[in-house]
Design a protein around this ligand. Structure first.
Ligand code: FES
Ligand code: FES
Length: 164
C-alpha cells in the first residue's frame, strides 16, 4: 500500500502518522486515532457532520480532505474545544439553548459556528444561517442552533481562547 508520513497536530498533540495516501482526514481521526467525536454523515461534503477547524480558525470538511495533504497543519475537533473539562462557550450555548436533539450534527455545527465567530464575532442572524448552510440537522429545525450561536457570540473572545 502506498503510504506517506505526515506530521500533524491534533487537539494540541504533535503526531507523526503513517497514512495511506488515499486516506481522508475523517478516516484518520476516527479509525486511526479513535477520535469519533468527528462524525461521518455523507462522506461527500454535503452534510457538514465532519467539520473540523484547521490552523486555528478555518473550517474544513474532513471527509473531503486527504490526510497526506495536511503536513504540518493543526486540527481541532469538538473534543479539542474542551479545556480542563470545561465546554467551550459555543458548546455551552448549544446545551443551554437546547440546540441538540440526537446530537449527530452537533460536533460539526459547533466547529462551523466556532470558526464563524473567530472570523466574525458579532454575526447577524442571516450571516449565521448562511454560514451553517452546509451543515445539515435533521432534528432541531435550526432555530435553536442559530440562537445558540447568537448567545455564544456574546462571549467572544473567550471562544478564541477555546480554539487555541
Ligand atoms: Fe463530511 Fe458529510 S461527512 S460533509
Ligand atoms: Fe439530530 Fe442535528 S440534532 S441531526
Amino acid at each position: 500500500m502506498n503510504t506517506r508520513t505526515v506530521n500533524l497536530n491534533v487537539n494540541g498533540d504533535d503526531l507523526i502518522l503513517n497514512v495511506p495516501v488515499h486516506q481522508t482526514l475523517l478516516e484518520t481521526l476516527r479509525e486511526q486515532l479513535g477520535q469519533t467525536d468527528t462524525k461521518y454523515g455523507c462522506g461527500t461534503g454535503e452534510c457538514g457532520a465532519c467539520t473540523v477547524i484547521v490552523d486555528g480558525d478555518k473550517s474544513l470538511n474532513a471527509c473531503l480532505t486527504l490526510t497526506a495533504t495536511m503536513e504540518g497543519r493543526s486540527i481541532t475537533t469538538a473534543k479539542g474545544l474542551v479545556k480542563n473539562g470545561k465546554l467551550s462557550e459555543v458548546q455551552e450555548a448549544f446545551v443551554s439553548e437546547t440546540a441538540i436533539q440526537c446530537g449527530y450534527c452537533t460536533p460539526g455545527m459547533v466547529m462551523k459556528s466556532t470558526s464563524l465567530l473567530l472570523k466574525n464575532p458579532n454575526p447577524s442572524e442571516e450571516e449565521i444561517r448562511k454560514e451553517l448552510e452546509g451543515n445539515i440537522c435533521r432534528c432541531t429545525g435550526y432555530d435553536a442552533i442559530v440562537k445558540a450561536v447568537q448567545k455564544a457570540s456574546l462571549s467572544f473572545p473567550l471562544i478564541k481562547n477555546a480554539a487555541e
